[in-house]
Design a protein around this ligand. Structure first.
Ligand SMILES: C[S@@+](CC[C@H](N)C(=O)[O-])C[C@H]1O[C@@H](n2cnc3c(N)ncnc32)[C@H](O)[C@@H]1O
Length: 205
């Protein structure tokens, strides 16, 4: 891994662990709420194994998960579109992407996820376009996000969803989501205990 990428990942991991241990006081809306390092490693591995080119992320925050993913597709002529609505986090994410040297692989769409996903849906180009999607925004809209994302995913494309198991306050929404996935015959899905619980879903024919 390039030194610039390793350095920024280390920096963000340190920030994240300070936030989680409440050693720094950060206003709720500005907390990173980042994936675990183990989840980052898993996403990176899935992207490499599948030679992913086009990726979509819902919930950039300050860019920790995006950088783990961009590192895997950087040799691959691929690109990530990532969605975030918090201007403060967008600014920090842009600075982090710059530091990592991966800015040219990442395009941030700023605004409400539902609105942006509807816009992507309205364009022919994006039908079946993404080989990989990572869902990590608010949990109340998770089923709505999934429905908007599904047509955008290629056959054999993968959707990973964070927070299936933790924090426990998300369980009711995530259980509804899990049951919803079971009603869709065009996918295979498993819940992995990695990190905060990662749902790994594959779209089939
Ligand atoms: C859990 S954090 C993402 C963490 C990030 N994936 C990482 O691991 O570094 C969720 C992010 O989704 C954003 N978000 C929540 N609801 C949103 C919405 N409706 N539209 C766009 N972004 C949203 C929040 O501002 C927050 O930064």
């Amino acid at each position: 891994m390039k030194e610039s990428i390793e350095n920024i990942l280390n920096e963000l991991e340190m920030q994240s662990s300070l936030e989680k241990s409440r050693k720094v006081d950060v206003m709720a809306e500005n907390r990173m709420l980042a994936i675990t390092k183990e989840t980052g490693e898993m996403l990176n591995m899935i992207l490499r194994l599948n030679n992913v080119k086009n990726m979509l992320e819902v919930g950039t925050s300050t860019g920790y998960s995006t950088i783990w993913c961009a590192e895997a597709i950087s040799d691959n002529l691929g690109e990530i579109i990532t969605i975030e609505q918090n201007p403060n986090k967008i600014k920090r994410a842009k600075e982090n992407f710059q530091k990592s040297g991966l800015s040219d692989k990442i395009s941030i769409k700023e605004g409400s996820a539902i609105k942006i996903l509807e816009e992507l849906n309205s364009q022919e180009k994006y039908q079946g376009f993404f080989n990989f999607v990572f869902i990590d925004a608010d949990k109340e809209n998770i089923i709505k996000y999934f429905d908007l994302i599904f047509p955008l995913v290629s056959i054999n494309g993968i959707i990973v969803t964070d927070n299936m198991l933790y924090p426990e306050k998300y369980r009711p929404d995530m259980e509804k989501f899990s049951n919803y996935l079971k009603t869709n015959h065009r996918l295979r899905t498993i819940t992995s205990p990695i990190g905060n619980g990662e749902e790994i879903t594959i779209k089939i024919k």
